[in-house]
Write a protein that binds this ligand. Structure first.
Ligand code: NI
Length: 168
């Protein structure tokens, strides 16, 4: 099982590097990410969350869509936004409504390096946008106002019994 990095770790704040090599070690990493996501009861997991500087994430929309997205790029977003509650395996035990586009079109590569496009809405669109943010060093609470974000960090510290001041 892969270790999941949490709020305060530098890897969660960087813009990740493009994946250039599609080989068996990439397949092994993706398999391990699916296992770790399942073990943690998550619906998505991005490479930086397991300490890896690569532009890739996996998602499971719990409706039969379970796939990897490598070098993803959101190429279209709907004009209408929706509020949906989000959480993150890297910020356990806290949740907050976040407003994002209702549907998106994503272009990405699969495990063989083949480029594809997917149009998504609902939970899948939400997971894709959340995970894609991780590749750019953004976590969901970064979408909140400074005051709301601070409240969330405090709640995160309290609920996970962390030391005060250990996380910014
Ligand atoms: Ni997350």
């Amino acid at each position: 099982m892969l270790d999941i990095f949490t709020l305060g770790e530098e890897i969660l704040t960087i813009k990740c590097k493009k994946v250039e090599t599609f080989d068996s070690s990439l397949t092994l990493l993706i398999d391990a990410m699916f296992d770790s996501m399942d073990e943690a009861d998550g619906v998505g997991l991005a490479a930086p969350q397991v300490g890896i500087d690569m532009r890739l994430f996996v998602v499971d929309d719990q409706k039969g869509t379970r796939r990897e997205f490598i070098n993803p790029e959101i190429v279209e977003t709907s004009m209408d936004n929706v509020n949906m509650e989000e959480g993150c395996l890297s910020i356990p035990n806290v949740y907050h409504d976040i407003e994002r586009p209702k549907s998106i079109t994503l272009q990405a590569q699969d495990i063989n390096g083949k480029t594809f496009k997917i149009k998504a809405e609902g939970l899948l669109a939400r997971s894709i946008q959340h995970e894609n943010d991780h590749l750019n060093g953004i976590v969901f609470i970064d979408h909140l106002s400074e005051i709301e974000r601070e409240k969330m960090v405090k709640a995160y510290i309290r609920k996970n019994h962390l030391k005060k001041g250990s996380v910014q």
